[in-house]
Write a protein that binds this ligand. Structure first.
Ligand SMILES: [Cu+2]
Length: 132
């Protein structure tokens, strides 16, 4: 019980640092997704009919870079209908890679992403970014 409270307090303090550090984000990424800093990167595979991983987490106020690798046999896309008022739509042809940087808002809990090619979302090409 006591341990858990300490953990919560530590996380709260850590978040303050993260928020403070966001002011001078230069957009550099260090290629490591889990440093707890103001930016992170995830390598995501696309195929028939999935995103892998289809569940990602990111800090509110941070930048999440998603490296997309379409290992499937057809074109897929990575789409977010409304990311802080903007639509994100990145098409990746079969066998190609692309990447997109997302400014994660801190006033939402989840951000859904999916593939807009007809039938793909229905077949499982969707996922969620959980905002910490
Ligand atoms: Cu698709």
């Amino acid at each position: 019980m006591k341990k858990r409270l300490w953990l919560v307090l530590s996380l709260a303090v850590l978040s303050l640092f993260v928020i403070a550090a966001c002011g001078d984000d230069n957009g550099d990424d260090n290629g490591n997704g889990d440093n707890g800093g103001n930016g992170s990167t995830v390598d995501m595979e696309m195929g028939e009919m999935y995103f892998d991983p289809d569940s990602v987490s990111a800090d509110g106020g941070s930048t999440l870079t998603v490296n997309l690798d379409n290992v499937g046999n057809q074109l897929h896309d990575f789409t977010i209908d409304d990311l802080d008022g903007e639509r994100v739509h990145v098409e990746v042809p079969s066998g190609e890679e692309d990447s997109v940087s997302l400014d994660i808002p801190d006033d939402v809990d989840e951000i859904e992403f999916y593939c807009t090619v007809p039938g793909h979302r229905e077949s499982g090409m969707e996922g969620v970014i959980t905002v910490n």
